[in-house]
Ligand binder design. Structure first.
Ligand code: URA
Length: 236
Protein backbone atom coordinates (compact mmCIF):
# COMPACT_ATOMS: atom_id res chain seq x y z
CA UNK A 1 0.00 0.00 0.00
CA UNK A 2 1.25 3.48 -0.89
CA UNK A 3 0.09 6.99 -0.21
CA UNK A 4 -2.00 8.60 -2.91
CA UNK A 5 0.27 11.66 -3.15
CA UNK A 6 3.27 9.39 -3.66
CA UNK A 7 1.56 7.42 -6.43
CA UNK A 8 0.41 10.57 -8.24
CA UNK A 9 3.67 12.47 -7.84
CA UNK A 10 5.40 9.32 -9.12
CA UNK A 11 3.87 9.89 -12.56
CA UNK A 12 6.17 12.91 -12.87
CA UNK A 13 3.29 15.18 -13.81
CA UNK A 14 2.75 16.89 -10.46
CA UNK A 15 4.78 17.80 -7.41
CA UNK A 16 3.56 16.55 -4.02
CA UNK A 17 2.33 20.06 -3.28
CA UNK A 18 0.33 20.15 -6.55
CA UNK A 19 -1.12 16.73 -5.78
CA UNK A 20 -2.36 18.01 -2.41
CA UNK A 21 -4.09 20.91 -4.16
CA UNK A 22 -5.68 18.60 -6.74
CA UNK A 23 -7.05 16.34 -4.02
CA UNK A 24 -8.30 19.30 -2.00
CA UNK A 25 -10.07 20.66 -5.07
CA UNK A 26 -11.88 17.33 -5.51
CA UNK A 27 -10.23 16.67 -8.87
CA UNK A 28 -8.80 13.23 -8.04
CA UNK A 29 -10.84 10.04 -8.04
CA UNK A 30 -9.86 6.54 -7.00
CA UNK A 31 -11.94 3.65 -8.31
CA UNK A 32 -14.72 6.09 -9.19
CA UNK A 33 -14.87 7.84 -5.80
CA UNK A 34 -13.52 11.35 -5.15
CA UNK A 35 -10.36 11.10 -3.06
CA UNK A 36 -10.57 12.87 0.29
CA UNK A 37 -6.99 12.98 1.44
CA UNK A 38 -3.53 12.83 -0.20
CA UNK A 39 -2.58 10.45 2.60
CA UNK A 40 -5.03 7.71 1.67
CA UNK A 41 -3.21 4.45 1.09
CA UNK A 42 -3.87 2.26 -1.92
CA UNK A 43 -2.47 -0.75 -3.67
CA UNK A 44 -1.26 0.44 -7.09
CA UNK A 45 -2.21 -2.78 -8.86
CA UNK A 46 -5.40 -2.37 -10.90
CA UNK A 47 -6.10 1.06 -9.41
CA UNK A 48 -8.43 3.30 -11.45
CA UNK A 49 -6.85 6.64 -10.68
CA UNK A 50 -8.13 9.76 -12.44
CA UNK A 51 -7.51 13.49 -12.42
CA UNK A 52 -10.35 15.58 -13.88
CA UNK A 53 -11.86 12.30 -15.04
CA UNK A 54 -8.78 11.45 -17.14
CA UNK A 55 -7.01 8.23 -16.30
CA UNK A 56 -3.43 8.55 -15.07
CA UNK A 57 -2.86 4.81 -15.08
CA UNK A 58 -0.39 5.02 -17.93
CA UNK A 59 -2.74 4.64 -20.88
CA UNK A 60 -0.99 5.26 -24.14
CA UNK A 61 -3.39 7.79 -25.66
CA UNK A 62 -5.79 10.46 -24.47
CA UNK A 63 -8.96 11.62 -26.20
CA UNK A 64 -10.72 14.79 -25.05
CA UNK A 65 -13.83 16.46 -26.44
CA UNK A 66 -13.51 20.25 -26.33
CA UNK A 67 -16.26 22.80 -26.94
CA UNK A 68 -14.06 25.33 -28.68
CA UNK A 69 -14.97 28.97 -28.17
CA UNK A 70 -14.10 31.70 -30.65
CA UNK A 71 -10.79 33.45 -29.96
CA UNK A 72 -8.54 30.36 -29.70
CA UNK A 73 -6.38 29.04 -32.51
CA UNK A 74 -6.22 25.34 -33.40
CA UNK A 75 -2.54 24.89 -32.75
CA UNK A 76 -0.33 23.60 -29.99
CA UNK A 77 1.58 26.86 -29.73
CA UNK A 78 1.26 30.34 -31.14
CA UNK A 79 3.39 33.40 -30.41
CA UNK A 80 0.47 35.84 -30.39
CA UNK A 81 -2.86 34.20 -29.68
CA UNK A 82 -4.16 31.72 -27.12
CA UNK A 83 -4.38 28.16 -28.42
CA UNK A 84 -6.95 25.49 -27.68
CA UNK A 85 -4.38 23.83 -25.39
CA UNK A 86 -4.54 26.91 -23.15
CA UNK A 87 -8.05 25.75 -22.23
CA UNK A 88 -6.59 22.64 -20.53
CA UNK A 89 -5.03 22.36 -17.08
CA UNK A 90 -1.20 22.51 -17.15
CA UNK A 91 -0.59 18.77 -16.72
CA UNK A 92 -2.61 18.05 -19.89
CA UNK A 93 -0.59 20.55 -21.91
CA UNK A 94 2.50 18.37 -21.58
CA UNK A 95 1.28 15.07 -22.96
CA UNK A 96 1.48 15.68 -26.69
CA UNK A 97 -2.19 16.50 -27.33
CA UNK A 98 -3.05 18.22 -30.61
CA UNK A 99 -6.32 19.15 -32.34
CA UNK A 100 -7.52 16.40 -34.68
CA UNK A 101 -8.97 18.66 -37.36
CA UNK A 102 -8.51 22.39 -37.27
CA UNK A 103 -11.13 25.06 -36.84
CA UNK A 104 -10.59 28.73 -37.64
CA UNK A 105 -9.95 31.04 -34.70
CA UNK A 106 -13.47 32.45 -34.91
CA UNK A 107 -15.16 29.05 -35.40
CA UNK A 108 -16.76 27.34 -32.41
CA UNK A 109 -17.82 23.84 -31.59
CA UNK A 110 -16.65 20.26 -31.53
CA UNK A 111 -12.95 19.63 -31.35
CA UNK A 112 -11.17 16.37 -30.57
CA UNK A 113 -7.85 16.73 -28.77
CA UNK A 114 -5.74 13.61 -28.83
CA UNK A 115 -2.16 12.36 -28.98
CA UNK A 116 -3.17 9.41 -31.15
CA UNK A 117 -1.77 10.34 -34.58
CA UNK A 118 -3.06 7.30 -36.50
CA UNK A 119 -6.59 7.85 -35.18
CA UNK A 120 -6.49 11.53 -36.17
CA UNK A 121 -5.41 10.48 -39.63
CA UNK A 122 -8.31 8.01 -39.95
CA UNK A 123 -10.76 10.67 -38.86
CA UNK A 124 -9.47 13.35 -41.22
CA UNK A 125 -8.44 11.57 -44.40
CA UNK A 126 -10.92 12.37 -47.22
CA UNK A 127 -10.42 8.76 -48.41
CA UNK A 128 -12.09 7.50 -45.25
CA UNK A 129 -15.30 9.43 -45.98
CA UNK A 130 -15.81 10.61 -42.43
CA UNK A 131 -18.38 13.42 -42.56
CA UNK A 132 -18.15 16.57 -40.48
CA UNK A 133 -21.23 18.76 -40.04
CA UNK A 134 -21.37 22.46 -39.25
CA UNK A 135 -24.06 24.91 -38.31
CA UNK A 136 -23.64 28.03 -40.43
CA UNK A 137 -25.19 31.49 -40.58
CA UNK A 138 -24.59 33.67 -43.63
CA UNK A 139 -25.40 37.22 -44.60
CA UNK A 140 -28.29 36.65 -47.01
CA UNK A 141 -30.36 33.51 -47.47
CA UNK A 142 -29.48 29.98 -48.54
CA UNK A 143 -31.38 28.57 -51.50
CA UNK A 144 -31.66 25.55 -53.78
CA UNK A 145 -29.03 26.89 -56.16
CA UNK A 146 -26.51 26.99 -53.31
CA UNK A 147 -27.50 23.46 -52.38
CA UNK A 148 -27.05 22.26 -55.98
CA UNK A 149 -23.65 23.96 -56.27
CA UNK A 150 -22.44 22.29 -53.06
CA UNK A 151 -23.76 18.88 -54.21
CA UNK A 152 -22.03 19.18 -57.58
CA UNK A 153 -18.61 19.87 -56.04
CA UNK A 154 -17.54 23.48 -56.37
CA UNK A 155 -14.37 24.71 -58.02
CA UNK A 156 -13.36 27.96 -56.36
CA UNK A 157 -11.91 31.02 -58.10
CA UNK A 158 -8.35 30.04 -57.13
CA UNK A 159 -8.84 26.62 -58.72
CA UNK A 160 -9.49 24.73 -55.47
CA UNK A 161 -11.70 21.75 -56.31
CA UNK A 162 -14.04 20.75 -53.49
CA UNK A 163 -15.59 17.32 -53.09
CA UNK A 164 -19.40 17.24 -53.27
CA UNK A 165 -20.76 18.62 -50.00
CA UNK A 166 -24.14 18.82 -48.30
CA UNK A 167 -26.06 22.03 -47.64
CA UNK A 168 -29.42 21.99 -45.91
CA UNK A 169 -31.22 25.29 -45.39
CA UNK A 170 -32.81 25.67 -41.96
CA UNK A 171 -36.09 27.58 -41.43
CA UNK A 172 -34.37 30.71 -40.04
CA UNK A 173 -33.13 32.91 -42.91
CA UNK A 174 -29.43 32.47 -43.65
CA UNK A 175 -29.02 29.42 -41.40
CA UNK A 176 -28.05 25.96 -42.58
CA UNK A 177 -26.20 22.72 -41.97
CA UNK A 178 -23.13 22.01 -44.08
CA UNK A 179 -21.68 18.51 -44.43
CA UNK A 180 -18.06 18.18 -45.52
CA UNK A 181 -15.91 15.16 -46.12
CA UNK A 182 -12.63 17.06 -46.20
CA UNK A 183 -11.24 20.10 -44.43
CA UNK A 184 -9.40 22.52 -46.66
CA UNK A 185 -8.32 25.89 -45.31
CA UNK A 186 -11.36 28.15 -44.68
CA UNK A 187 -13.34 25.75 -46.82
CA UNK A 188 -16.90 26.60 -45.83
CA UNK A 189 -16.19 30.32 -45.74
CA UNK A 190 -14.64 30.15 -49.19
CA UNK A 191 -17.43 28.03 -50.68
CA UNK A 192 -20.11 30.34 -49.36
CA UNK A 193 -18.18 33.50 -50.25
CA UNK A 194 -18.03 32.13 -53.80
CA UNK A 195 -21.85 31.96 -53.69
CA UNK A 196 -21.94 35.62 -52.56
CA UNK A 197 -23.03 34.65 -49.03
CA UNK A 198 -20.34 35.51 -46.49
CA UNK A 199 -20.29 33.40 -43.33
CA UNK A 200 -21.05 35.36 -40.18
CA UNK A 201 -21.07 32.43 -37.73
CA UNK A 202 -19.75 28.86 -37.88
CA UNK A 203 -19.89 26.00 -35.40
CA UNK A 204 -18.87 22.36 -35.86
CA UNK A 205 -21.49 19.93 -34.61
CA UNK A 206 -20.20 16.46 -35.52
CA UNK A 207 -17.12 14.59 -36.72
CA UNK A 208 -17.90 11.06 -37.84
CA UNK A 209 -19.43 9.28 -34.85
CA UNK A 210 -18.74 12.16 -32.42
CA UNK A 211 -21.41 14.77 -31.65
CA UNK A 212 -20.74 17.93 -29.67
CA UNK A 213 -22.01 17.40 -26.15
CA UNK A 214 -24.24 20.46 -25.75
CA UNK A 215 -24.04 20.14 -21.97
CA UNK A 216 -20.34 21.11 -22.25
CA UNK A 217 -20.12 24.88 -21.79
CA UNK A 218 -17.97 26.74 -24.30
CA UNK A 219 -14.32 26.47 -23.37
CA UNK A 220 -14.77 23.25 -21.39
CA UNK A 221 -13.80 19.71 -22.19
CA UNK A 222 -14.30 16.15 -21.03
CA UNK A 223 -12.72 12.79 -21.78
CA UNK A 224 -14.54 10.77 -24.46
CA UNK A 225 -16.94 8.18 -23.06
CA UNK A 226 -16.25 4.46 -23.58
CA UNK A 227 -19.08 4.47 -26.18
CA UNK A 228 -17.48 7.32 -28.11
CA UNK A 229 -14.09 5.59 -27.96
CA UNK A 230 -15.62 2.38 -29.27
CA UNK A 231 -17.29 4.28 -32.13
CA UNK A 232 -13.95 5.85 -33.08
CA UNK A 233 -12.19 2.49 -32.90
CA UNK A 234 -14.83 1.11 -35.28
CA UNK A 235 -13.72 3.59 -37.96
CA UNK A 236 -11.11 0.95 -38.80
N1 URA B 1 -14.64 25.76 -42.82
C1 URA B 1 -14.23 27.01 -42.50
O1 URA B 1 -14.30 27.93 -43.31
N2 URA B 1 -13.76 27.23 -41.26
C2 URA B 1 -13.70 26.28 -40.30
O2 URA B 1 -13.28 26.57 -39.19
C3 URA B 1 -14.13 24.98 -40.64
C4 URA B 1 -14.59 24.75 -41.90
Amino acid sequence: MERLDKILAGTGRWSRREVKELVRAGRVSVNGVTARSPEEKWDRAGLDLRVDGVSVSGEKFLYLMLHKPAGYVSATEDPRQPTVLDLLPPHLRRVGLFPAGRLDGDTEGLMLLTNDGPLAHRLLSPKKHVDKTYFVRVAGTLDEDDQAAFAAGMVLGDGLACLPAGLEALPAPGEGIVTLREGKYHQIKRMLAARGKPVVYLKRLTMGPLTLDESLPQGSWRPLTPEELAALAALG
